[in-house]
Design a protein around this ligand. Structure first.
Ligand code: NAP
Length: 454
């Protein structure tokens, strides 16, 4: 299947690209492996200079690059501009901090001197999704390149223009040829590349199915693997929640990126004493959102990325309605061209419904009534995923109970889940393993070499 860029607002095909031939792929892998041997010797200072230049390029060309994102996958122009700015900010963070995060760590032991050196592993393959076409890749590339690794990107087949921007910016910033390479590679050929001796490790952000496939290939090849997969993040409203703060953020948390975010709040779990008040305000605000052209500044929610993605979410909602769920807002696609779906609020969702057990990758919220915070935590933990979680409580005791009780890679209190360069990002259970960002993220693709001098 070729790489096809389609505007989800109109359905128009913008560009297509062929996959690399076997010979081209072979040459790109060889170039990456060869570049690694010299690139790993470059100083942190040199890499930081290139990384800061890349950040400047993103900032200098921000509106043009953001427009490509909006046209290629439908996120609002404001969100696209925010994504480009966040990439630049994270590149600067690692330019600034990589040397310190990977500095020699002395450890006291029976040796006369001992410690840990962090060394790059080699060529790292990154398999990335379309929903944050720049950010997902930069989240991997900024730390990996600053650590002295080289990166190879297999991007999702519907965001080829974003993939080319990523490669082009690193090249123009001065990074050597082969330090960051875009591969137009079919997903069925990813396992073959993972097995290749020139690849040291792999990271994937995407679905559970892709995660299983990549993890199997990495397991067979005995290579390091990091997985950032899906989730059904809970948004808990506790007795002491401030609803004036919680409700608007519930809306933002659900419809950010047109509802297509792994860390979007998907299940709104509300204690009985606050349930009616929350549901009414939440449904009203979801219903008031403007759905339309993502380039129009008045738009809150753009289209879903593809016709298939809209069919999926429409099917999940219809199944819930057919089995007795109540619709408080939305509940249907928007007529006309483009892959639009109305922000939707459901209650009365049960485990017999698809919406009760599947990830909802669109602007659809499920609101669940529980007796108290203990039940909220139990319900929150009752999924096979464990990515992010958000709890709304003013009371410190309630906050601490939720922080300790939630089974998730991340707990945010009185805030929606977000990725921040200083803090680790990742999940547990079927949401994957390993961490991105922070010191943990940059060390994932390093050899933590023990040094012992007797
Ligand atoms: P996807 O279908 O898994 O695609 C993600 C990437 O994996 C794409 O590059 C895709 O390439 C590739 N791929 C698909 N199947 C593969 C296979 N069998 N072997 C190797 N590579 C394969 O995911 P998606 O539907 O685009 O993205 C949505 C999912 O990603 C959701 O579950 C979401 O929660 C998750 N996600 C997680 C995070 C996180 O940080 N935890 C962040 C964003 C998204 P092709 O496009 O060529 O198929």
């Amino acid at each position: 299947m070729p790489y096809v860029s389609t505007n989800p607002t109109t359905g128009e095909v913008l560009a297509t690209f062929e996959e690399h031939s076997d010979a081209e792929l072979d040459a790109l892998l060889s170039r990456a492996a060869s570049t690694f041997t010299t690139y790993r010797q470059t100083s942190f200072e040199q890499r930081a200079t290139w990384m800061r230049t890349a950040a400047e390029l993103y900032e200098g060309e921000l509106p043009n690059i953001a427009e490509v994102l909006t046209k290629e996958m439908g996120k609002t122009f404001a969100a696209a501009k925010g994504e480009v700015a966040k990439c630049a900010m994270t590149m600067r963070y690692y330019a600034e901090h990589a040397e310190q995060l990977l500095g020699y760590q002395e450890v006291s032991s029976p040796a006369s001197s001992s410690g840990i050196r962090y060394e790059p592993l080699g060529a790292i393959l990154a398999v990335m999704p379309w929903n944050f076409p720049l950010w997902q890749a930069i989240r991997f590339a900024a730390p990996a390149l600053m650590a002295g690794n080289v990166g190879l990107l297999k991007h999702a087949s519907n965001v080829p223009q974003s993939a080319l921007i990523l490669e082009d910016v690193f090249r123009r910033a001065g990074f050597p040829e082969g330090a960051f390479t875009n591969l137009f590679l079919a997903s069925k050929n990813v396992a073959k590349v993972i097995a290749d001796d020139r690849i040291a490790a792999v990271t994937l952000t995407g679905s559970e199915a892709a995660g299983r496939s990549v993890a199997s290939a990495a397991g067979t090849a005995l290579k390091k693997c990091v997985l950032e997969l899906g989730g059904s993040d809970p948004f808990i409203v506790a007795e002491s929640a401030d609803l004036d703060k919680a409700v608007p953020m519930a809306v933002t948390g659900r419809v950010q990126n047109n509802g297509q975010s792994c860390i979007a709040a998907k299940r709104f779990i509300v204690v009985a004493s606050r349930y009616d008040e929350f549901l009414e305000a939440f449904a009203t605000q979801m219903d008031a959102l403007v759905v339309g052209d993502p380039l129009d500044p008045a738009t809150n929610v753009g289209p879903l990325v593809s016709a298939a993605q809209r069919e999926e979410i429409a099917g999940q909602v219809q199944d819930a309605i057919d089995k007795g769920a109540t619709v408080h807002a939305g509940g249907a696609a928007v007529e006309g061209p483009g892959f639009f779906y109305r922000p939707t609020v459901l209650s009365g969702v049960t485990p017999q419904m698809r919406a009760g057990v599947e990830e909802l990758f669109g602007p659809v919220a499920v609101v669940i009534k529980v007796a108290d915070l203990d039940e909220a935590i139990t319900v929150a933990n009752s999924t096979p995923w464990g990515l992010g979680s958000s709890v709304w409580a003013e009371d410190a005791t309630e906050q601490q109970r939720a922080i300790a009780g939630l089974e998730a890679g991340m707990v945010f209190v009185n805030a929606i889940v977000a990725s921040v360069p200083e803090l680790p990002f990742g999940g547990i259970k079927l949401s994957g393993y390993g961490r991105e960002l922070s010191a943990l993220g940059i060390r994932e693709f390093c050899n933590a070499k023990t040094v012992y001098v007797a």
